[in-house]
Write a new protein. Structure first.
Length: 338
């Protein structure tokens, strides 16, 4: 069943980012659009009221499903705010976890219990991370334990019950909006017109993306850092892996972006692509140890007993000086730094 699910997910991905949406799914997309528009209309007309909490809420989300760079941006923002002595916390849903409800994520919490992205965020940021499908409950739990001035919501653009001061929408330059159809015929959770409602649209990577006239469009660039051996933490520049083929594994929204980034660094890559948030331990155990295995940092946190040939490759996020200033000004608002 897992293999069938993976194959269907890959088939959908090819159609979402192909020329035309699957015709037989268009009626479901129309129904999805009616439900989505109706829910947004209820909040716009104040028939449903969002919950406003005593903290500045910044939502980082996307229109397309997966692979837009939300979580790396959240980690970057948390680091930048920390550097400026701004008390900040993170809330996120926690896809792929076994248990439900609201809970705090610690650096050593198993990824199976909380999800890969929250576990990674807890590992790389020095800020409190709380998971919960109900973002309002998650923010309340965070504030009850650790008072902060700003809460970053990893995803949650469509979670209208949580009032927010800032909306940031991520968009992948290589894939754009795909076939521009709503789920399940396309990758979109909301129509492209939703972009004009955001405070900023951030384009990840390089590529020609056709967008409507938007007030704030920023560009996020990323690069791969040195590979780190999971067993002992030793590091090697990626250039040292060019002498022979490597095996690369990715269970992220856009595995191809990881593989292409490795190839851009001169590596010869054998691809192992899994569904977003998929477990990786069994797959890793079945792969022969005949060559280095390079993984995303988000996938590496799911391995409790990594083999000696497994390495993680961290992602470094950068903005231009002007875009950094614009983004931080938007996130901080009138907040005064210490």
């Amino acid at each position: 069943m897992t293999n069938l699910h993976h194959r269907f997910a890959l088939w959908l991905q090819t159609r979402w980012y192909g020329a035309k949406p699957p015709v037989f799914l268009l009626p479901l997309s129309a129904l999805f659009g009616v439900v989505t528009a109706g829910r947004r209309w209820l909040y716009a007309r104040h028939l449903l009221k969002p919950v406003r909490l005593p903290v500045r809420v910044v939502v980082i989300g996307n229109l397309a499903v997966g692979g837009s760079g939300k979580t790396p941006l959240v980690a970057w923002l948390a680091h930048e705010l920390n550097q400026r002595n701004v008390p900040v916390g993170i809330v996120t849903r926690g896809y792929g976890r076994r248990d439900q409800g609201v809970r705090r994520v610690e650096k050593r919490t198993p990824a199976t219990a909380v999800g890969d992205e929250p576990r990674w965020l807890a590992a790389v940021t020095n800020v409190p991370v709380v998971i919960g499908a109900d973002r309002v409950a998650a923010v309340r739990a965070l504030l009850a334990e650790t008072p902060v001035d700003i809460v970053l919501s990893d995803d949650g653009l469509q979670h209208y019950r949580l009032a927010r001061e800032v909306e940031i929408v991520m968009l992948d330059a290589r894939r754009g909006l795909g076939n521009a159809a709503l789920l399940p015929a396309g990758p979109l959770r909301e129509p492209p017109s939703r972009l004009s409602c955001a405070d900023a649209v951030i384009i990840k990577g390089s590529g020609d993306v056709v967008l409507p006239d938007l007030p704030v469009v920023l560009h996020m660039h990323y690069s791969l850092g040195n590979a780190e051996r999971l067993l002992d933490g030793s590091t090697r520049p990626l250039a040292e892996f060019r002498d022979r083929p490597v095996r690369a594994l990715a269970a992220i929204g856009d595995p191809e972006s990881f593989f292409q980034a490795l190839e851009a660094n001169g590596l010869t890559v054998e691809r192992v692509a899994l569904s977003d948030h998929a477990p990786v331990a069994d797959t890793v155990a079945q792969l022969p140890p005949d060559r280095p295995l390079l993984m995303t940092a988000k996938d590496a946190v799911k391995l409790n007993a990594p083999p000696k040939h497994a390495w993680q490759v961290p992602l470094a996020v950068t903005f231009s000086t002007d875009d950094t200033a614009t983004l931080l000004s938007l996130v901080l608002g009138n907040h005064k730094m210490e």
